[in-house]
Design a protein around this ligand. Sequence first.
Ligand code: 5GP
Length: 200
Amino acid sequence: MKTRPLFIVMSAPSGCGKSTLIDMLLQEYPDLQYSISCTTRAPRGDEEDGIDYHFLTVDRFRELLAEGAFLEHAEVHGNYYGTLRQPIVDVLNEGNSMILDIDVVGAAKVRHQVMHHLPPEDPLRAGYIDIFINPPSMEELRARLVGRGTDTPDVIERRLANAEGEMARAGEYMFQVTNDVLAVAYKRLCDLIDAKSGRM
Ligand code: 5GP
């Protein structure tokens, strides 16, 4: 079936199950690809170039920046991060869809860029949707972060404070999905994607 290629931007506070949901979507939809960001930071652990990030030198990043190659970019902890425009254009032109996992600040930049600087017929704009994943409640989010056992109490408090700031901007998104029961949140995401891509 011929479907409309989508450019899906997804944000969620840490601990909301976004990575799990994205992994499930990537398995379900063979025509969906994950947008790989560029960064100037060094690879960590078993991170691989071209899989986790495109690892670039500062000079190369600045060169691309000067060429206007980034849909959005940011400096985080002294390193540059950015989303290249061309890979998204290529994927959509091939008739496939792209999903971008990005924080609320980055998402706002992408949204502005797409909605205010691209004509309505541009595939990035025609196929654009953005989705915010909410936790069921702050109590539940705290319980999940504690249960995960990967963060110190300080880090958990910082993540919760960040989550509140991010949730305050959830209204900027076209859609919000609450991840209470994973299967229910996942079904809602699939329904949104199917409806927007014309799969049903
Ligand atoms: P990390 O170095 O831990 O992988 O990521 C650090 C921060 O950079 C995270 O908050 C992550 O969301 C952000 N980040 C990763 N890729 C991008 C990107 O393409 N654009 C922006 N604006 N931020 C990014």
